[in-house]
Design a protein around this ligand. Structure first.
Ligand code: NAD
Length: 352
């Protein structure tokens, strides 16, 4: 009998983990207990040295005695939690990176940590395309104006009219799981797609029908730019006042990746001057942004509260990925996405 804790939340509910485990791990006798953490009813945040967790160490310390395997999205698996639970063998985190786990402490205690890259790629890509279309055609703004009693027929005036994707050049900064899906959709609309990603291979880009270029060239040539890189020390403020000046006048900019990729400070002026035609953002340096954030008052700005990954399918996919990892681990196979592979060779119980 393996004791498993399904520590879900109000997005990836504990029952989704439990159902996925019973489906994917039929060969093992599992004793699954459940716990529901408060996110997103309460925002996540740092907990005792781990980033982006929900719930408390106390909850973990109460729920974990005897548990060998954890399936979770947000549970704070801190150094103290790990130290108090030497029986723990595996933590499956159903998000792009296991930022709610103290990875060094897990490695030290011989606990395998897996994660779930790409779980929300379709959701995030579809949302990015939605923001691109909404910004190109002023959909949310004109909706709000009409409900407020203003029939803005003047949006047909040539200077106010929107832009099409068909025949345009669109630039994607970052060509990973999400960027690739966005590229496919933009190409289907008839756009020529440029990609700036230092790790993209020329033959791969050619096969996909996209053109790899340096970032500055992408900015010079694109009438719409969408960000899809990860935030790292190297990509912090990848787009800033200097290189945004390269954009053609009236270009549309979309950031649904991470706030830190884009320096927001120069954007209100760039929008007021018309250098930027529109901006759509789902992510912020500080989330939520302050009530009087300067971009709330700038023209042609669309804002959403970090929603790109929020689909029901993402929640199901996330639970299924973690259940699959747990099935492989319990069967003595190598899980697909291990964050601390050193532990696997050390514990020596997993076939590669
Ligand atoms: N808003 C949301 O709800 C939401 C949801 C999912 C993902 N995201 C974010 O979307 C972004 C993309 O996610 P993904 O799953 O496609 O990630 P990914 O890791 O699959 O792709 C990221 C790509 O960025 C590239 N890259 C690295 N350095 C770069 C640089 N200097 N310039 C350009 N590209 C660079 C990498 O080579 C990689 O191809 C991430 O920032 C992620 O955090 C946001």
């Amino acid at each position: 009998m393996t004791s498993v804790l399904a520590a879900g939340d109000h997005f990836v509910g504990p029952h989704l983990f439990a159902d996925a485990l019973h489906r994917q791990v039929p060969g093992h006798d599992l004793d699954v207990s459940t716990l529901c953490l408060p996110w997103p009813v309460e925002p996540f945040g740092p907990v005792a040295g781990v980033r982006e967790a929900s719930g408390t160490e106390r909850q973990m310390l109460d729920a974990l005695p005897g548990v060998e395997v954890v399936a979770t999205q947000m549970a704070p698996i801190t150094a103290d939690v790990l130290a108090a639970n030497p029986q723990l063998r595996f933590v499956g985190v159903c998000r792009g990176g296991p930022v709610n786990v103290d990875l060094d402490a897990a490695t030290e205690h011989g606990v395998v940590v897996s994660y779930a890259p790409g779980r929300n790629a379709a959701a995030a890509a579809e949302f990015a395309v939605g923001l691109i279309l909404a910004a190109l055609r002023r959909i949310p703004g004109s909706d709000a104006e009409l409900k407020d009693g203003h029939w803005r027929g003047d949006y047909y005036a040539y200077d106010n009219a929107g832009l099409e994707l068909d025949g345009s050049t669109a630039g994607l900064v970052g060509y990973g799981a999400i960027g690739r899906i966005v590229a496919r959709v933009l190409r289907a609309f008839g756009a020529h797609v440029l990609v700036a990603d230092p790790f993209v291979r020329a033959e791969e880009a050619a096969a996909d029908g996209v053109e790899p270029v340096e970032l500055d060239e992408l900015l010079r040539r694109s009438s719409v730019v969408s960000l899809h890189a990860r935030l790292t020390p190297e990509t912090e403020h990848l787009l800033n006042a200097d290189n945004l000046a390269l954009l053609p006048r009236g270009a549309v900019l979309v950031n649904s990746a991470r706030g830190g990729l884009l320096d927001y400070t120069p954007l209100p002026e760039l929008l007021k001057s018309g250098h930027l035609g529109a901006l759509a953002v789902d992510v912020y340096d500080l989330e939520p942004p302050p009530r009087h954030w300067p971009l709330f008052d700038a023209p042609n700005v669309i804002t959403t509260p970090h929603l790109a990954g929020a689909t029901r399918q993402t929640a199901h996919r996330a639970a299924e990925i973690v259940a699959g990892e747990i099935a492989r681990f319990l069967d003595g196979e190598r899980p697909r996405f291990v964050a601390n592979p050193d532990v696997l060779s050390r514990i020596g119980e997993v076939r590669s």
